[in-house]
Write a protein that binds this ligand. Structure first.
Ligand code: NDP
Length: 419
């Protein structure tokens, strides 16, 4: 028996909500609240008669703490699932603290306005001290740790696939496969084809910011930053085949470096096709990825927001995307005094996802872990007061739930390593 407030009703939230409704013994009441209420109403209507979960909907501006508090007080949830955008993480955490409710999200905080001078001052200091320049980092949300502890509440950060399942894979490797982990390579391969020359698989603004930024990895406790897309490898992925992949900065490297400090190197690679990269470079070169407002015919527009309006909605890619994703982690380390390698990953088929929840596999591989993470919190398997990332909890019940709800793990104890 639980009451859950889901904020956001985009590509990822729609999958998470549909999956919650498959586990209607745990998710007995859901309120779907988002900026555009009609999307929440349409999803609630589509689910009518298909689940025992009681669904209501609401309109909310999640940038507004007072509106959030009023909604939380009215609905009285046990948990708030933030599946809106990373921009809303802090306002939703503030509202959860004020109302005494547990919190979770799928991506760590970054500001919508990266020109905000107050934010910029802190950001520039961090770039200098830490050595990486991504707009997002955990410091903003880790700063809530003591307040959540004191309130006896749990905040679970970044419970999608990557971040999310990749960290559960790390916790699993540490618990069951290794005495000490030496290196971690996280490999995110999307072998899907949607037939468009250029489209992003999740929110274009967040996706393009991430991909066009300098890459970085952790080596011997320090960040090494490299120009965007300057480290490329080819890897032959199970069920997908050979793909080019590029080293990116990614948020889970930051928490893994803290929680698995013996790891000497942690890297993240993502596959991209030539068409995507050529379009992205061109858009960047002409200024279309900028977050700084410009004047156009008497209106102020933010180039990347305008671009978002032109690109296909990621939620609409489901029916046209064919192929598979393959996401996982390769480890090297020691077990019983001997060198060991281990690869744990999941393969997900875009069309299978579409048949089940009318979505492509990127939203599916994020929405299912969000639901399974919520289930861990609601069933008491993962609750300790404070602010935590996924690798800080027991991976076993979570991976069991993923096996059951559509993202089964695969293992390889003799994987090809990435040089
Ligand atoms: P979408 O853009 O499809 O959906 C975002 C939703 O949030 C929309 O329903 C939008 O409303 C709503 N929203 C935005 N701003 C507000 C606001 N101020 N108040 C209320 N609602 C708001 O994004 P995705 O579903 O693709 O991504 C959702 C999250 O998942 C993002 O944080 C993304 O970074 C994360 N993600 C995580 C991954 C992982 O593996 N960990 C992978 C992929 C994504 P409206 O309809 O009005 O626009």
């Amino acid at each position: 028996m639980s009451r859950v407030l889901v904020i956001g009703c985009g590509g990822v939230a729609s999958v998470a909500i549909r999956k919650c409704c498959q586990a209607d013994d745990v998710f007995t009441e859901l309120c779907i609240a988002s900026r555009t209420k009609s999307k929440c109403d349409a999803l609630a209507a589509a689910l009518e008669g298909k689940t025992k979960t009681k669904i209501s909907t609401a309109q909310v501006d999640a940038d507004n703490v007072e509106q959030l508090k009023a909604l939380i007080k009215a609905f009285q949830p046990d948990l708030v699932m933030n599946i809106a955008l990373p921009y809303q993480d802090l306002t939703i955490m503030d509202a959860c603290l004020a109302c005494g409710v547990n919190y979770m999200d799928t991506a760590n905080y970054e500001p919508e306005d990266t020109d905000d001078p107050e934010w910029r001052k802190i950001y520039e200091k961090r770039c200098k001290e830490e050595g990486f320049s991504a707009y997002f980092d955990y410091s903003w949300q880790w700063a809530y740790k003591e307040r959540f502890e004191k309130a006896g509440l749990t905040a679970l950060l970044g419970c999608g696939f990557d971040p999310g399942v990749t960290q559960a894979y790390c916790a699993y490797a540490k618990k069951h496969e290794f005495d000490a982990i030496d290196t971690i390579d996280i490999l995110d391969c999307n072998g899907g084809d949607h037939g468009y020359p250029f489209a992003t698989n999740f929110n274009p603004e967040v996706n393009l910011r991430e991909v066009s930024a300098p890459g970085s990895y952790m080596e011997n406790g320090k960040w090494v930053e490299i120009p965007a897309m300057s480290i490329k490898r080819e890897y032959d992925f199970d069920d997908v085949g050979p793909k080019d992949m590029y080293l990116l900065h990614h948020e889970e490297i930051e928490s893994l470096a803290k929680n698995i400090p013996e790891a000497k190197r942690i890297r993240f690679f993502m596959t991209f096709g030539q068409s995507y990269l050529t379009h992205m470079r061109c858009l960047e070169n002409v200024g279309m990825l900028s977050t700084t407002p410009v004047q156009f015919e008497g209106h102020e527009i933010v180039p990347i927001k305008f671009l978002k309006a032109l690109l296909p909605d990621p939620a609409s890619l489901g029916s046209r995307t064919h192929g598979k994703t393959n996401i996982g982690c390769i480890f090297t380390g020691k077990k019983d005094g001997k060198d060991k390698t281990y690869y744990i990953y999941n393969v997900c088929d875009h069309q299978e996802c579409y048949k089940e929840v009318e979505s492509q596999a990127i939203s599916y591989t994020t929405g299912v872990p969000a639901m399974c993470g919520a289930m861990m919190l609601l069933t008491g398997k993962w609750n300790k007061p404070g602010v935590y990332t996924v690798e800080e909890f027991d991976p076993d019940p979570f991976l069991d739930a993923l096996d059951k709800y559509g993202l089964p793990r695969r293992e390889n104890r003799d994987p090809v390593l990435v040089d």
